[in-house]
Design a protein around this ligand. Sequence first.
Ligand SMILES: [Zn+2]
Length: 344
Amino acid sequence: MKAAIYYRRGDLEVIEYKNVPEPELKAGEVLVRVRACGVNHLDIYTREGSHGVKAPLPHIGGLEPSGEIAALGPGVYDRNIGERVLIGAFTSDGSCEYCLAGHDNLCANRKIVGVQVDGGFAEYVKVPASACIRLPDTVSFVEASAIPAAFGTAWHMLNFRAQVKPGEWVLVLAVGSGVGSAAVQVAKVLGAKVIATSSSDDKLEMATHWGADAVINYSKQPNFQHEVRRITNGRMVDVVFEHVGQMTWKASVASLRPTGRLVTCGGSSGRWGETDIWGVFWQQLTLMGSNGCTHREFYQVLQLYAQGKFKAVIDRTFPLSELGHAQKHLIERKQFGKVVVVPE
Ligand SMILES: [Zn+2]
């Protein structure tokens, strides 16, 4: 099969597009013919060996593949050849205390597809059958591959972790990113009122198009809590959707009303933030983390997507043979929306 593979870690030049043997199936696994695969910054960190990410070598990246089941391994009786599936970004053992409690996203033996095991930047990928989520007929492969990291993460954060209620105010940081743009749509589906922030007026205009009720350009207002106060008539927000980290942390916490919840899935600007501890207990705040989403939530998000509740923003697709160009496009932050590669 054709694959974008690398034998050593390094810059874009280490990626080779070549023929490699098809994966051999073990018990419980299926082979998926890849039709599309989302491109993420995590793929770039994995290739570089940066940010503490170390994949086995040689390696094929790609954590958001979708396609059709092409072969069944020993012991797989409940799946069908030709079934359209999204691979739910990680594999889990189904038996540890986290899996048994319904938190397979925190599985003690979780393996991220395209990081700890080979991923979807190839014509075929193998995974345990349990990691394949059936794809509704109306969701295209390219759309499906734009869903896991953005919508799955935002859904887990706002629905499960922060438990957003209708009528609440949600402040979504950095709406120009994949997860930020998904968060606006998720918050609206949950019935919230949304304030969107970005450093770009163009991206704020898009956020308004997705349903944001108010916007703040934080390149002009770094202490955006004052603008939050004005927009909410002094009430402040119930929930802050954080993923920027160090740069925005202080203003994010300061934007919460008493009993407010901050939920975070990242720290792209840095990992250390200053927190007013007195403010946390006096206002009875909750600061919570969030890590991906469960396979059940991938299923829920796909159903909502098929019902037209969400719309993925696709920047462009590249052929798999041009994975390096696709990653360069991401590194140069030229994209607006999701970048997806498609095997020829
Ligand atoms: Zn587990």
